[in-house]
Design a protein around this ligand. Structure first.
Ligand code: MF3
Ligand code: CO
Length: 252
């Protein structure tokens, strides 16, 4: 069931999303060669609590292996959900993907950015820029009355026309009262039943795009998703609210 949010709920997500994007830019400033990803997580968690929020990822998932951190920090061939660690030390040329969710005034917003570190390979630069633009192309299709598949087709066609592949086994999602609400939001053209977007739907749109195969594998920690061919992957995510004639991006 897709939950339509009230104006008050949207206002809370707007305030939370603004704070979250500020926190993301603080994390971005700290990303540099020699920094480990646990340091990034510590900064993120402090900023979330200092701003009156609660980490939305921490404790998420199966009781036997709950997600242990405030952010996901995934490097190069790691796609998403990599757990921050003192052993994960960022180096020049890395593609670093930071994903963070926060509950604020009872409502959750979710966002991700890909950062470059120093001098990058042309391929790393391209996958980062194409993934950012693929999300923007998709967002441009979102409005009351549009089909969700218009978003998906726009993302996929932009990525593929640039020679990249779109991950199929991981998707975006509704977001707000909980982290993962209906509907699922594929970033590729799918064949199951379509959805007509309605005003007040809140969605986490999050293309994950690969240089090589779209296929993925799960790491031994039960969380980290990696590309099957160990090639690069990029990820951008924003939480949006559907409106008449367009959408409002809550996490920028
Ligand atoms: N943006 C990610 C997602 O929607 C964040 C989930 S991390 C988790 O799947 F740890 F909470 F699972
Ligand atoms: Co998400």
């Amino acid at each position: 069931m897709i939950i339509i949010k009230t104006q008050n709920e949207i206002a809370s997500m707007r305030r939370g999303g603004k704070i979250l994007s500020m926190i993301m830019s603080e994390i971005g400033k700290m990303i540099a060669s020699g920094v480990n990803t646990q340091e990034l997580d510590k900064l993120a968690e402090r900023l979330v609590f200092d701003n009156g929020g609660t980490p939305a990822f921490k404790g998420y998932g199966d009781k036997s292996n709950p997600y242990p951190a405030t952010i996901c920090a995934s490097i190069n061939n790691e796609i998403v959900h990599a757990i921050p660690s003192v052993e994960k030390i960022i180096k020049e040329g890395d593609l670093v993907k930071i994903d963070i969710g926060m509950e604020f005034e009872g409502m959750i917003t979710d966002m991700a950015r890909t950062f470059s570190v120093g001098a990058m390979s042309p391929e790393a630069h391209k996958i980062m820029n194409v993934t950012r633009e693929a999300l923007n192309q998709g967002i441009a299709k979102i409005k009351t009355g549009a089909k969700l598949s218009e978003y998906s087709i726009a993302v996929e066609s932009y990525a593929r026309s640039n020679g990249f592949s779109v991950i199929r086994d991981l998707v975006g999602h509704g977001v707000g009262k909980i982290l993962h609400e209906d509907p699922v939001v594929p970033n590729y053209h799918w064949s199951a039943k379509d959805i007509i977007l309605k005003e007040g739907m809140t969605l986490a749109l999050e293309p994950m795009i690969n240089v090589g195969t779209y296929k993925i594998k799960l790491g031994a920690d039960g969380w980290t998703y990696l590309t099957q061919d160990d090639k690069l992957s990029a990820h951008f995510e924003d939480t949006i609210v559907v409106k008449k004639g367009g959408c409002e991006i809550l996490t920028r």
